[in-house]
Design a protein around this ligand. Structure first.
Ligand code: 2IT
Length: 445
C-alpha cells in the first residue's frame, strides 16, 4: 500500500475536507505496516475501497419557526461501509455540520462498529440545524421535516441512525414518531429510543459508562485503580454526564466539566445533585455551563478557557472533534496527567496525540473508548428484532464484555516493543481486519 499516494488521491478527490483527511490519515498511518505484511489487502485494493463512502444522500429540510418564518437547513446521510452489517451511526444537529464532518464521522464509525464485536456497518448523518435557543415545538417540527426525507433511505436492516451531538432522547422521539407514521411500521429503525417504546435500558448512559470501563482497563495495565483519581471531562452533555455518573460511583473525583463558554473547576468533585443538574443544563437548550458555578458555591467558572489547564490524573474529552490540541496536551503532560481517553469522536488533534505518545502518556482514541454507545445501540437492535427487553444488569454485563474485548484487541495489535500500548494503532488494525476480511469474502460489489 502506498500511503502517500492514497492520501494524495483522497485529498484531490475531497477538496477542503480536512476532517475527513485527518481521520483517514490517522488510520492509514496506523495500518501501513500491517497491510504491507498481509498482501491480500493490496491485491483486493481494500484500503482504496474503504476510503470511499458507499453513497451519500443530501437533502433540503424546510420548517417553520414559532414566529412563522420559513427556515431552510441541509440534511445528510452518509452510508459509508456495510460490509459487516447494516449502516449504523448517529445523527448530529450542530451549526458546524458539513459533509466533511459527516464523512470523517462515518469513516471512524466503520472501524468503531467493527470493534464492538457486533455486526454493524458504518454510517453517519445530520444537519447544520442549530438547536441552541429553539423551542421544543421548533425542535419537533425540524425533526419531523428532517425525517420526511431521511425515512426513504433507512430501515431496520438497512441503515439504523441514532443520536449524536444535538440529538438526544427528545429528538429521537420526534424522529421516530414521524418515521413510524411514514413507514407504517414499528421497528428498531432508530436506537436511543425511550425505554417505554423499544429503547434499551442503559443506552443513555452507555457511551460514558463504556468510556469509564475502558479507562479502568487502561489503568489496570498500569496497575492503578480509578478510585481517588482526579478527572477532567469536557462538555456537559450526554457523554460527559454518563462518564461523570460512573466515575463518581467508582470513587473518582470529577473536578471539571465544560461548555463552549468556558470550564468549571470544582475541587469537591461531582455528586448526585450536580450530575442531575447537568441534565437540566442540557435540556435548557442554552449550551452554556456558567450557571453550574452560580448554583454550586464550590464550583469556579473559567470563562473562555479549556479544562485541560487543570491539574488532573485523567483527561477525557467528551465534547467535539479537535477540542484538545498540542498546547493542551503539553499542559496536561506538565501537570502530571497519567492518561488521556477520548470519548468524543477525534477529540484530539493529530499533534496532540503525537505529544502524548512521545511523553509516554497512555492515550485512547474515541473509536475504541466511546464504542460502548453504539455497542448498546447494537444491543437495542437485537432486543427490537427479538421483540424483547433485557434488564439493566444484562445490558451492563454485555457492555462490559464489549469494552474489555476492545481493550484486549488494542493491546494485541498496539503493544510496542518497549511495552507502551499504542491504542490508536491497536484500534485501527483490529477494526480494519474484520471489515477488510469481510470485504474480501463478499467479493467486489
Ligand atoms: O459516535 C457514535 O458512536 C454515536 N454517536 C452513537 C451511534 C449509535 O448508532 O448509537
Amino acid at each position: 500500500m502506498d500511503v502517500k499516494k492514497i492520501l494524495a488521491d483522497v485529498k484531490a478527490k475531497n477538496p477542503g475536507q480536512d476532517l475527513f483527511l485527518q481521520a483517514v490519515t490517522e488510520v492509514l498511518e496506523s495500518i501501513e505496516d500491517f497491510v504491507a505484511k498481509n498482501k491480500k489487502y493490496d491485491k483486493h485494493k481494500i484500503v482504496e475501497r474503504m476510503v470511499e463512502p458507499d453513497r451519500i444522500f443530501q437533502f433540503k429540510v424546510e420548517w417553520i419557526d414559532d414566529k412563522g418564518n420559513i427556515n431552510i437547513n441541509r440534511g445528510y446521510r452518509v452510508q459509508f461501509n456495510n460490509a459487516i452489517g447494516p449502516y449504523k451511526g448517529g445523527l448530529r444537529f450542530h451549526p458546524t455540520v458539513t459533509l466533511d464532518t459527516l464523512k470523517f464521522l462515518g469513516f471512524e464509525q466503520t472501524f468503531k462498529n467493527s470493534l464492538t464485536t457486533l455486526p454493524m456497518g458504518g454510517g453517519k448523518g445530520g444537519s447544520d440545524f442549530d438547536p441552541k435557543g429553539k423551542s421544543d415545538n421548533e425542535i419537533m417540527r425540524f425533526c419531523q421535516a428532517f425525517m420526511t426525507e431521511l425515512y426513504k433511505y433507512i430501515g431496520p436492516d438497512t441503515d439504523v441512525p441514532a443520536g449524536d451531538i444535538g440529538v438526544g432522547g427528545r429528538e429521537i422521539g420526534y424522529l421516530y414518531g414521524m418515521y413510524k407514521k411514514l413507514a407504517r411500521e414499528n421497528t428498531g429503525v432508530l436506537t436511543g429510543k425511550g425505554a417505554g417504546w423499544g429503547g434499551s435500558i442503559l443506552r443513555p448512559e452507555a457511551t460514558g459508562f463504556g468510556g469509564i470501563y475502558f479507562v479502568e482497563n487502561m489503568l489496570k495495565e498500569k496497575k492503578l485503580k480509578i478510585k481517588g483519581m482526579k478527572i477532567a471531562l469536557s462538555g456537559f452533555g450526554n457523554v460527559a454526564w454518563g462518564a461523570a455518573l460512573k466515575a463518581t460511583e467508582l470513587g473518582a473525583k470529577v473536578v471539571c466539566i465544560s461548555g463552549p463558554d468556558g470550564y468549571i473547576y470544582d475541587e469537591e468533585g461531582m455528586n448526585a445533585k450536580k450530575i442531575d443538574y447537568m441534565l437540566e443544563l442540557r435540556d435548557s437548550n442554552n449550551n452554556v455551563v456558567e450557571p453550574f458555578a452560580k448554583k454550586f458555591p464550590s464550583a469556579k467558572f473559567f470563562k473562555g478557557k479549556k479544562p485541560w489547564e487543570a491539574k488532573v490524573d485523567i483527561a477525557m474529552p467528551c465534547a467535539i472533534q479537535n477540542e484538545l490540541d498540542a498546547k493542551d496536551a503539553k499542559a496536561l503532560i506538565k501537570n502530571g496527567c497519567k492518561l488521556v481517553c477520548e470519548v468524543s469522536n477525534m477529540g484530539c488533534t493529530a499533534d496532540a496525540i503525537h505529544e502524548l505518545q512521545k511523553a509516554g502518556v497512555a492515550f485512547a482514541p474515541g473509536k475504541a473508548a466511546n464504542a460502548g454507545g453504539v455497542g448498546v445501540s447494537g444491543l437495542e437492535m437485537s432486543q427490537n428484532a427479538g421483540h424483547l427487553g433485557w434488564s439493566g444488569a444484562q445490558v451492563d454485563e454485555k457492555l462490559h464484555f464489549m469494552m474489555d474485548s476492545i481493550h484486549e484487541n488494542c493491546v494485541k495489535y498496539g503493544k510496542e516493543k518497549n511495552g507502551y500500548i499504542n491504542y490508536v494503532k491497536g484500534a485501527n488494525i483490529a477494526g480494519f481486519i474484520k471489515v477488510a476480511d469481510s470485504m474480501i469474502e463478499l467479493g467486489v460489489c
